[in-house]
Design a protein around this ligand. Sequence first.
Ligand code: TRP
Length: 387
Amino acid sequence: MTTTLDPTETTHPTATASSTGSPSASSATLPSSTASVAAARERSAEIEARLATDPSGFRVLTGDRPTGALHLGHYLGTLANRVRLQDDGVEVVLVVADYQVITDRDDPGDLRGTVREVVLDYLAAGIDPARTTIFAHSAVPALNQLLLPFLSLVTTAEIERNPTVKTEAAAAAARHGRPMSGLLFTYPVHQAADILFCHGNLVPGGQDQLPHVEITRTVARRFNQRYAAAQPYFPEPDVLLAPAPTVLGTDGRKMSKSAGNALELRDDEDATARFVRRHRTDSERHVTYEPERRPEVANLLTLGAFAAGMTPEALADEVGAAGAVRLKQVVTEALVEHLRPLRARRRALAAGDGPDPLDVLREGNARANAVADRTLADVRGLMGTAY
Ligand code: TRP
């Protein structure tokens, strides 16, 4: 099986024509206003339609910060969708963003162990390393070198306006009582390097990805204007907005490892039952799907419906008057059933039956390095710094 992340490929048909705008007249870091979210939704629907007929026009780049094994929030939010894109014939490149782990902490823990768990989760969920490239960005020097010219293309004010940089800085301060690191400050530009090193033109994600990808678009556009005016070199990537809602944990807050409210993909069936049992509900007997008014019940319906391959509304109708106890039974059974093959694969892989996750990563690193070396060589050529 050949991968299409091919360093010998010389054309970049996905580069979009350079549009107007100079660094001084930019909307690079506008917060996601309702209008721009609506526009992004419309654009995502168009892209979904094109994906269905011609998946070969797209290269998806996305990934995860390896701070722990992946949980249901990752799975419903993005991992399942990545597997779907891969299986539909879209080229997918996954970055294990290990440098991002040290943006806001002094002790990253056992990074090697965590990275291994994340790769295991990818493989168990159905990511096929023969088609999809998985790499760690610290292992790809040329990708990281792109950060330098890219940093010259944005202003500090533009980075400061990025909502995620703001939130992350506040969160880091609250967690660790520390000021923002330079790496955290520049991470949206680092993400631009993650995306553009392989000419990624599609980034699946939630609304929070919009401002990031806007910075990537700005970097690409300004690079093209400055150094590749005759023929745009970098594509201006789009966000493919995920339909998935935010998955909540047992306590009704957003699921996250640090909140201690998550169900990890590697957890077993007993843990699944406990997770659902501990999950908050409300005192109304009749089960209805009302995400605004009844977020915890809606979350259980979302999880159960996803696992059972139906809509949350239909699941709510099915359970209805039987109430929350029945709902929890149904959700537990659906999750256990749905996750059974994933967990079996994961156990087998972890036990050494199948490829070693770190070998898969090394293979992906090699592919990513070949591509990044070529891109950096092109960039140096275009910038006039090839000696
Ligand atoms: N920040 C992303 C996360 O925590 C991971 C990531 C790194 C990423 N580089 C990226 C996502 C580029 C999309 C595009 O999940």
